[in-house]
Ligand binder design. Structure first.
Ligand code: GLP
Length: 231
């Protein structure tokens, strides 16, 4: 796949879920053993629900897919409800019948396992309100490796919405920019007016570590945005 950016604007979040599910379903149909980096966060949840619906209906088989974890809070005790791995399992892995998971705990083990798999076929990403992808917080350059990071105040605020009543851990482990930019294809999902300015910086501004998502333009990138995020 030649690097290049395609931007599709759809009317609203349900249309985004449909288009995104269709995008990934086509790739899984073509390559049943697809290796997919799987974002959590709110934006892809409609997409995953649509894919699960297809699996239930028998029109999509994800049993050959490998799901690769994008990010995780650091230092959570086993079974903590805030675990992003648990979120990925309940929203993507289990409902889609995916059999193989590459967890993100130890950066060295993760990097080694990914290399053994031959890298990522597809990265499915959301856009952080500060331009982060995964937890590659600004500033993160294109070579930033898989590592533990301190979360920015903005990410602590935006992630608080996921865990009402629970505090957000202050540190996280993230797949590196090097891993993400190495994916053969990338799907970036963006929904809502609160993402409009940062999406414009990522797509129309300079490539800069201050907006890590701006480096996605170096890849074979499909952006699916709703009209609130990309008027
Ligand atoms: C979070 C996560 C990302 C996610 C992004 C967008 O902080 N670290 O993996 O993709 O920010 O989240 P949302 O889709 O909820 O806006």
């Amino acid at each position: 796949m030649t690097p290049g950016v395609t931007v599709h604007v759809v009317p609203d979040a349900p249309a985004l879920a449909d288009a995104a599910a269709e995008w990934l379903a086509q790739r899984i149909a073509r390559t049943p053993a697809l290796t997919v980096l799987v974002a959590t966060g709110q934006t892809p949840m409609g997409m995953y629900a649509q894919l699960a619906e297809r699996v239930r209906a028998g029109t999509l088989d994800c049993s050959g897919v490998t799901a690769v974890q994008l990010d995780e809070y650091a230092g959570l005790p086993e079974g903590d409800p805030r675990s992003l791995r648990a979120w990925m399992l309940r929203s993507f892995v289990t409902p889609l019948g995916v059999q193989t998971v590459v967890p993100l705990l130890d950066p060295a083990a993760f990097t080694g396992r990914l290399a053994a798999l031959g890298g990522l076929d597809v990265a499915v990403l959301g856009l952080g309100p500060n331009g982060h992808v995964g937890f590659n917080e600004p500033p993160s350059g294109p070579d930033a490796p898989t590592r533990e990071v301190a979360l920015t105040p903005e990410s602590l605020r935006s992630n608080a919405a996921y865990w009402s009543g629970l505090t957000v851990p202050t540190r996280a482990v993230t797949a590196g920019m090097d891993v993400i930019l190495g994916a053969r294809e990338t799907l970036l999902l963006v929904s809502g007016a609160h993402k409009c300015a940062i999406l414009s910086e990522a797509l129309d501004g300079p490539e800069t570590p201050l907006v890590p998502a701006s480096f996605l333009r170096r890849t074979a990138l499909t952006v699916l945005a709703d009209r609130d995020a990309r008027p």
